[in-house]
Write a protein that binds this ligand. Structure first.
Ligand SMILES: NC(=O)c1ccc[n+]([C@@H]2O[C@H](COP(=O)([O-])OP(=O)(O)OC[C@H]3O[C@@H](n4cnc5c(N)ncnc54)[C@H](OP(=O)(O)O)[C@@H]3O)[C@@H](O)[C@H]2O)c1
Length: 265
């Protein structure tokens, strides 16, 4: 531990699984106080307990604006300020193909993947300005960059997240608020077997079996001989969140084991 986030307060959405859970763990290890949010109360409470006094779980559904506002308020109430917001929550949005897409699917996708980020930024601005600055990291995807890395709706919404983040970084940079995205690719998490909500319905053994199988498959899907792990994205988030990233703004940090170079269409 190098205490790279000593004295910092972070809010991580989707901290109950995969990339968000690994980021919460790393951030706490690096000295931050972290508010974890997600829908799964059982998992969130267990993770916060495991991480100790510097982690608190608050249930929230990021498709609901009031929950996003409450998450920011809860961070301020527990820890007194907000330095880092990692808008990470997300999952499959049930794309149905160009000729099968319907309004309910679009609305759900927009609220889970895009509105959650836009509103997260909105509610973080005031406390970050009051704090003299901050860091916002939004989880996008390599699907924003290449065809066939996710269904079309998911890919288009992630592309919107990337572009919105860059524009937000331009406007918030003068307030010492940096806004960046991470674009993960081929990271072994439950998103590949239906998302965290489905993983919650399976036994630990079944989830572990799926994880091991997925790691084997993803190891063949990039330029490198092993699969990407949630911890690899957490390290990227740590870089962006810490002072090491102090001059990085409006950036898309692609962490995909070279997958976007492998699939160039
Ligand atoms: N794994 C990859 O290769 C990959 C690649 C590109 C982008 N991403 C992005 O990375 C992010 C994290 O995904 P992951 O791979 O870590 O998947 P994951 O293990 O399924 O985790 C998803 C997280 O999002 C939370 N979440 C989902 N819907 C939510 C909602 N309505 N309200 C609040 N929280 C919600 C889940 O918590 P609850 O179930 O407790 O609500 C869970 O903590 C997502 O934005 C995903 O699109 C992942």
């Amino acid at each position: 531990m190098r205490n790279r986030l000593a004295g910092k307060v972070a809010l991580i959405t989707g901290g109950t699984s995969g990339i968000g859970e690994a980021s919460a763990e790393l951030f706490v290890r690096e000295g931050a106080q972290v508010l974890i949010v997600g829908r799964s109360e059982q998992k969130g409470s267990a993770i916060a307990e495991r991480l100790g006094d510097n982690a608190v779980f608050a249930p929230a559904d990021v498709t609901r604006e009031e929950d996003i506002a409450a998450s920011v308020n809860c961070t301020l109430k527990h820890f007194g300020k907000l330095d880092i917001l990692f808008n990470n929550a997300g999952g499959p949005v049930g794309g149905k193909g160009l000729d099968g897409i319907d309004t309910d699917t679009i609305d759900y996708g927009v609220s889970l993947l895009l509105s959650s980020v836009i509103l997260g930024i909105r509610y973080a601005i005031e406390p970050m300005k009051a704090n003299g600055g901050g860091v916002i990291i939004n989880n996008s995807s390599v699907a924003a960059l290449r065809y066939r890395q996710g269904d079309n709706l998911y890919a288009a919404l992630k592309a919107a997240v990337t572009h919105y983040s860059k524009m937000a970084g331009v406007e918030l940079g003068p307030h010492n608020i940096r806004v960046n995205v991470i674009s993960p690719g081929a990271i072994a998490t439950p998103i590949f077997w239906g998302g965290s909500a489905r993983a919650n319905t399976l036994s630990d053994e079944e989830n572990q079996r799926k994880f091991e199988k997925l790691k084997g498959n993803l190891a063949k899907a990039t330029t490198l001989p092993s699969a990407g792990l949630a911890e690899d994205i957490a390290e990227g988030a740590l870089f962006l969140a810490s002072d090491a990233g102090r001059f990085v703004n409006c950036h898309d940090l692609v962490i995909d084991g070279g997958r976007t170079s492998l699939f160039n269409e």
